[in-house]
Design a protein around this ligand. Structure first.
Ligand code: NAG
Length: 298
């Protein structure tokens, strides 16, 4: 039914916001199941998770897979993590679109000085805080959401520096109303994302990332064809760090080629007004495998 991305600096009140929103949603008329996906679910420790780029990528990867697995027409998934990278929020938005659900971002907008203080308070109290170097690095790299971006919209903003976060905070109530509103053909203010293929042509200036996309998807194709020619049925391992392809039976080359063309079209079009589609070859492959799983998986 919906995907909610919580976003904010470290120690800005995101988990409180996620809890308040979840409770408010559960108390609403909506029949949807509400679930919060956060780092503690994976027993991730704050310092370890953000110690370096690889660890951080890994955290984003596991959260994204869990969102991908969970998001559906019957539930409301709240992702409670920093979600501070623009390109990452874009990927989450793509998952919502692929699932055909509504989407919004809830931002805890605090002053740096406040979250810095709250991190220190936490450590003083013996609760899990961030190491100072990690904390400063996260604060510096934070990419503030901007409601002009499709993947940051609609944007609901909490101001924890000014007001305590509560179930009755205006931003929470607005989000609840957006997420639970009944939608009919006349509704204009609620957007349910649609997994459609647009008809515009590919942005030509983006030759580089198109080339990468082409290469990356070809490599995935090669891996599938190689696995199939060894007459292996069932899950196909594409490469380390990539999701497994779960298909029940072998897929013919023409079918794969067709899916690849569609995927390239879809991915390159989403970049018309957005960030470059997949950030690198690695995420291009991952998105392609995810796409194949959705198209061919059972
Ligand atoms: C992270 O490291 C800092 C010190 O560098 C420590 O005070 C804090 O408790 C650690 N946090 C966790 C969750 O282990």
């Amino acid at each position: 039914m919906a995907l909610v991305v919580i976003c904010g600096q470290p120690c800005s009140g995101k988990s409180t916001a996620a809890t308040c929103l979840a409770e408010a949603l559960r108390a609403s008329e909506s029949k949807a199941t509400v679930r919060v996906i956060d780092e503690t679910f994976f027993h991730l420790d704050r310092n370890q998770s953000y110690a370096n780029m690889i660890a951080e990528k890994n955290v984003r990867g596991v959260l994204r897979s869990e969102v991908d697995r969970s998001v559906s027409k019957d539930n409301i998934i709240i992702v409670d993590s920093l979600n501070s990278i623009k390109g990452y929020r874009y990927e989450l938005w793509c998952l919502a679109r692929a699932a055909g659900v509504r989407y919004c971002v809830l931002h805890c907008d605090v002053k740096d000085t406040d979250c810095r203080k709250w991190n220190e308070d936490r450590k003083d109290k013996g609760e899990a805080g961030y190491d100072e170097i990690i904390f400063e690095d996260l604060v510096r790299r934070f990419e503030k959401p901007d409601s002009k971006n499709r993947w940051d919209s609609p944007l609901f903003e909490l101001q924890p520096s000014k007001d305590e976060i509560e179930k009755s905070s205006p931003a929470i109530l607005d989000a609840v109303s957006y997420l639970t509103k009944t939608v009919d053909s006349k509704t204009r203010d609620v957007k349910i994302l649609q997994p459609t293929i647009a008809t515009q042509s590919v942005r030509p200036s983006n030759a580089n990332s198109l080339y990468e996309l082409d290469q990356a998807t070809q490599e995935v194709m090669n891996a599938i064809i190689a696995a199939q020619s060894n007459s292996l049925n069932g899950p196909v391992l594409i490469g380390s760090g990539l999701p497994t392809l779960n298909i029940r039976s072998a897929v013919g080359y023409p079918e794969l080629r067709r899916l690849r063309r569609t995927f390239i079209k879809l991915t390159s079009q989403t970049s018309l007004s957005g960030p470059p589609p997949p950030a690198d070859a690695e995420s291009a492959k991952r998105m392609f495998v995810d796409y194949l799983n959705r198209e061919l998986g059972d």
